[in-house]
Design a protein around this ligand. Structure first.
Ligand SMILES: Cc1cc2nc3c(=O)[nH]c(=O)nc-3n(C[C@H](O)[C@H](O)[C@H](O)COP(=O)(O)O)c2cc1C
Ligand code: SF4
Length: 473
């Protein structure tokens, strides 16, 4: 078989996915933002199977099915970067994008040597917006330095972290920014082909991207020398993890792989591959247009530029906001989000459920990769789920570990079995040895799924220990 051809998925592949052939139109979202919204209003939690963990509508939770409602969109940065067009209503057609100077950055990049593009991205200090905050230029340089061809570029549009809907809105309302960012990356590393790995839960984003790709092919902006294909996921949170994602694109069972080798050396079909998040790519045209120094001037410390934050429905002002790194979390919660609609804040989960909770006493922490990590939290994908005093921590732990168990790829024992055991302990309140399982998750998990669940559990022990202890007496 030609190594570069997609595998024909067999039953061991098909059985992995939760949402194959599933109609999402009437399904209730079971993601964490919807969980806390139902909890606060006293509404029963759905127990549908297969489960849908996030429909990307956390600003209007609890959500059922798909809707065209748009979140409030505002910018709290000295310069709007990724939301610049969205605050003006978006650019869904090539004509609109062109009118606003679209694809000028690609023209500039293609007229320059790939090394000059890499230098500009390096100067900007851009770090990946998908969760880990890895320096983008370093990743691109490694792929560019590989002798093996062809090379590939992948946009991670899986946006599985419950609470985040930023990538969805970017793709629906400004699809060309992603395509332009990918094409610039392709020029910088010498890639011939790209994929957008898009979650099935985002059908409107798919339509928007398909339309945009048809437009740029017709205009000759992609298609010759570099083309992009959309690969639609079939339900599987772990497919957002980049090594699982590439197996999914290849048509193989998407289990996380140990590294090295890294994707930049040995990625899709064994070829050098750059995988970046949608927001990361969407920032690139701005960097090329305004220069790396202008981007570097925004933000603070080791977190430069801006970040999209998605605020859930419990805020008085839920929506999608662009903030500069360095802003105190308190300002996002109290000023931008307007505090909670009702009741009293009990905690904020930033970056999805696989990260530590921020209790009210730590709201003065500045929003930055290292600063949030220092308190056991994470910038993650920028989804911010506030929950109030009506949410029981024990129920929240059960919900998060139920999600963790359901979405585990199954490779590591503490993640495959331990997560189920913790869910069971918190369901029966039987005070089992959950702390040992958390420790095993922390130290032996192969990927951020198990490690993130451990971080979440540790924050629960640290900040809400008394409430948990009272449930076990
Ligand atoms: C369990 C798990 C799920 C992930 N899900 C996503 C996702 O949905 N979207 C995303 O961009 N990155 C996700 N990531 C991070 C990717 O593995 C990878 O770091 C990212 O796509 C790299 O792009 P960036 O450097 O632009 O952030 C996930 C990681 C883990 C461990
Ligand atoms: S930690 Fe969980 S999701 Fe990650 S590789 Fe291990 S079993 Fe798979």
């Amino acid at each position: 078989m030609n190594a570069r051809r997609r595998h024909e998925p067999g039953p061991e592949v098909e059985s992995f996915y939760h949402l194959r052939g599933c109609d999402l139109s009437g399904r209730a979202c079971q993601g964490t933002a919807c969980f806390v919204a139902r909890h606060s209003s006293g509404e029963a939690q759905p127990c549908d199977d297969p489960r849908v963990y996030c429909l990307g509508r956390c600003f209007e939770s609890p959500a059922t099915g798909l809707s065209g409602a748009r979140p409030r969109i505002e910018v709290y940065s000295r310069a709007p970067v990724v939301l610049a067009r969205l605050v003006q209503g978006g650019a869904r057609s090539l004509e609109d994008y062109w009118r606003d100077g679209g694809y000028h950055s690609l023209e500039t990049a293609r007229a320059a040597a790939p090394s000059a593009v890499l230098d500009e991205v390096e100067k900007s200090g851009l770090r990946g917006r998908g969760g880990a905050g890895f320096p983008t230029a370093r990743k691109w340089r490694t792929a560019a330095a590989q002798a093996s061809v062809p090379k590939y570029v992948v946009a991670n549009a899986d946006e599985g972290d419950s609470g985040a809907f930023s990538d969805r809105i970017l793709m629906e309302d400004d699809p060309h920014a992603l395509i332009e960012g990918m094409a610039i990356a392709a020029h910088a590393i010498g890639a011939a082909r790209g994929w957008i790995y898009l979650r099935q839960e985002y059908p409107a984003a798919r339509l928007s991207l398909e339309h945009a790709l048809a437009e740029v092919r017709e205009a000759g902006l992609v298609g010759r020398g570099f083309d992009i294909e959309i690969c639609v996921g079939q339900g599987g949170y772990i497919c957002g993890e980049e090594s699982a994602l590439l197996l999914s694109i290849e048509g193989r069972r998407p289990e996380v792989m140990a590294r090295p080798p890294y994707l930049t050396e040995h990625g899709i079909f064994g070829q050098p591959t750059v995988a970046n998040n949608v927001e990361t790519f969407a920032a690139v045209p701005w960097i090329i247009e305004h220069g790396g120094d202008a981007y570097q001037a925004l933000g603070f410390s080791k977190s430069r530029g801006t970040k999209l934050v998605s605020l859930n429905s419990l805020f008085a002002r839920p929506g999608l906001y662009e903030v500069e790194f360095g802003i105190p979390v308190r300002r996002i919660v109290e000023e931008i989000g307007g505090g909670l609609r009702e009741s009293v804040l009990k905690g904020v989960i930033i970056g999805g459920p696989l990260a530590g909770i921020i209790p009210p006493g730590l709201l003065d922490t500045q929003f930055g990769f290292e600063e949030l990590a220092a308190i056991g939290a994470s910038a993650g994908h920028g989804g911010m789920i506030a929950f109030d005093e009506r949410t029981s921590i024990v129920d929240l732990v059960r919900h998060v570990f139920s999600f963790g168990a359901y979405e585990s790829c199954g490779k590591c024992t503490p993640c495959r079995l331990g997560t189920r055991r913790i869910e069971e302990i918190f369901t029966k309140a039987d005070d089992g040895e959950w702390r040992e399982i958390v420790s095993a998750l922390k130290w032996t998990s192969l990927c951020g799924h198990g490690i993130g669940l451990a971080a979440f559990a540790e924050s629960v022990m640290r900040y809400y220990g008394e409430e948990v202890a009272s449930c076990f007496v």
